[in-house]
Design a binder for this molecule. Sequence first.
Ligand SMILES: CC(C)(COP(=O)(O)OP(=O)(O)OC[C@H]1O[C@@H](n2cnc3c(N)ncnc32)[C@H](O)[C@@H]1OP(=O)(O)O)[C@@H](O)C(=O)NCCC(=O)NCCS
Length: 388
Amino acid sequence: MSLTVRRATDADFDALIEHDQRGFGTTHAPGWIEAVRRLLDLERFLFAEVDGVLAGVTGAVPFPMGVPGGQVGIEGVTWVSVLPTHRRRGVLRALMEAQIPTLGTAVAALTASEGTLYGRYGYGAATEYRRIRIDRRFAVFRPEAPDPGGVRMITRDEARTHAPEVHARWAAATPASVLRGPVLWEYFLDDPADERDGGTALFHLAHPDGYASYRMHHDRGTMVVRDLFAATPEAHAALWRVLLTGDFVGHLETTQCPPGDALGFLLTDPRLIRTTEQRDGVWVRVLDVPAALAARRYARELDLVLEVHDPQLGTSRTRLTGGPDGADAAPTDALPDVVLGASALGSLYLGGHRASTLARAGLVEGPGVAALDAAFVADRPPMHGTGF
Ligand SMILES: CC(C)(COP(=O)(O)OP(=O)(O)OC[C@H]1O[C@@H](n2cnc3c(N)ncnc32)[C@H](O)[C@@H]1OP(=O)(O)O)[C@@H](O)C(=O)NCCC(=O)NCCS
């Protein structure tokens, strides 16, 4: 078999859509196809061809992602699939290995269809994602829980201004956040009828520091919250109070409430928040160790040498000094305080997993584990908010 990997061009758009439908076994709605046509830069896509047939694809979309203490520009790796007729012959491996040198940022990230695929290419599971279901009939707020008010229903046109502004503030403060650009906002707020899964059009809630949208599925007595972005604890409490005290439906479902969210502590019965699905969320791949480490902030002062074993990019040593106000990182020959693989570094990068946990699994070693543990942890639960 002759396997070649090439960059795609604009002329490949229809082939990309056809391949994606076959690769994922799905049919894309026309509204979605038009949105992605405006969103994607085909030059950021690689096509794997086997004996001249398009057999596999990987792509990248750049966007700012939240990290502890700020945001970094990342490449979001996406649209990865191999035709059902060409699997388990090394097409994914060829694509992933060809893509790494083309990624132009210090950090890349993806979300994975399966948990076994990407560790071998240096990606590490960095956040947890969950879907929850709440029986609203029994949801009661603690008597002393904050009740800041200030939520109003707004039109879709009002949301076009309010939602991106509040979302940008939420994203700047939330590790793993995906900053939605104008095209994505337009797509989300256009709310195409063929993408409503049998539900109503979206309803929009605005708080001065928050935004939520939901649709009703009256046939199954469920409210599905699609967006919930709160830049302050007041906005978070105020929006949840409105969402949980409505009538007409029995259950609320959402993926916008990550593990560690404060909602459980606002309610008299935290067990009402039933997790119906929980798994890895964002996977992070550090491509440039010094640049990536210097781009985030740390909960405690630290001065450590990290030795990173990277399956594609080789072994490197980096001295990291920093704390809550910023960090410096540079290559060094000094002896390491911690030794870890690229995938483990990816798992730690957003502060969603603890170094001590990975050390117990044998993935991080050395006398610096405790310092890494205290410094890397994020001050709020990572949440990406938008799939990619
Ligand atoms: C997942 C998918 C991309 C794998 O492509 P592929 O070309 O069959 O993968 P490869 O043959 O290159 O395998 C690469 C490595 O992954 C392993 N692997 C691939 N698919 C696997 C699976 N489903 N479970 C476990 N391991 C898997 C292979 O054993 C191989 O390991 P090795 O190189 O270390 O020996 C392909 O099955 C697919 O398109 N699935 C449907 C769409 C999808 O899930 N896309 C991923 C979205 S994140």
